[in-house]
Design a protein around this ligand. Sequence first.
Ligand code: ATP
Length: 293
Amino acid sequence: MNSFVGSSVSALNWLNVSHPSSGVAPHNLKPADEFSSSKFQDSSVNLYSKGSEATDVLIECKDVYKSFGEKHILRGVNFKIKHGEAVGIIGPSGTGKSTVLKIIAGLLTPDKVFQSAALFDSLTVRENVGFLLYEHSRMPEDKIKELVAETLAAVGLKEVEDRMPSELSGGMKKRVALARSIIYDTKNNTVEPEVLLYDEPTAGLDPIASTVVEDLIRSVHCKGEDAVGKPVKIASYVVVTHQHSTIRRAVDRLVFLHEGKVVWEGTTHEFTSSTNPIVQQFAAGNLDGPIKY
Ligand SMILES: Nc1ncnc2c1ncn2[C@@H]1O[C@H](COP(=O)(O)OP(=O)(O)OP(=O)(O)O)[C@@H](O)[C@H]1O
């Protein structure tokens, strides 16, 4: 499954995880104390802010379990993501990668998440990209229009503001979704993502379009500024991906999920040289090995 809704549509499913105090997006990460045990049976997902005790750690998944009916998908997942990290979550299909992202984001039911290409089909590109600003800021409309145009230009799209998502190619949709994830009102700090979550941002793209998206993801993270050069506080991002190019270009560290648990963690460099048989089989795409299909 490549999206939060079980759709096989290639999609840049993104989630801005904002500091709880901003309280703007419906998909904000909730503070740790809002994750009650009734919501996450036997699980614990913690969000730390800078200055808290665990200063380095932004997100911690601690013994996270998740079942769908009789299907026990996550069976005690443990990992930490530090401030400033670019982390990939990889592993065989159906192993629960998207489920982990949903849990990090506090999304409990599929009907609460963005669907298909992560764009609202009935809204124009401008309304999609400026969505959070229209909804949650006091920015004047002409300012939002200007910022939307600038942000779209920065992801390589011009004069598409009035188009509907159905009039865009798959790659263009992903860029529009990326523009929406990196636009925000710097003056009012209304939308200030602490971490961005990407679910298969390059699925279904050709190699060159993949490179464009991977470099855009990376540039937002590295420069500490948004697509139009304004300072941002995007400290970290988490990417669920199957694509080798995305692993190589867009992330620094990997968390490998298999059969509901983290079976390996390491840098992207260590991934290629790992002697772990699960990692070796996955990296080489071998049919023989501990991962059974
Ligand atoms: N809401 C749900 N209800 C029932 N089963 C679900 C639900 N969401 C996910 N699943 C099941 O949980 C398992 C893990 O799904 P998930 O999408 O997290 O896997 P994944 O590792 O991201 O897969 P892929 O790499 O194929 O995208 C799958 O078997 C899926 O069918």
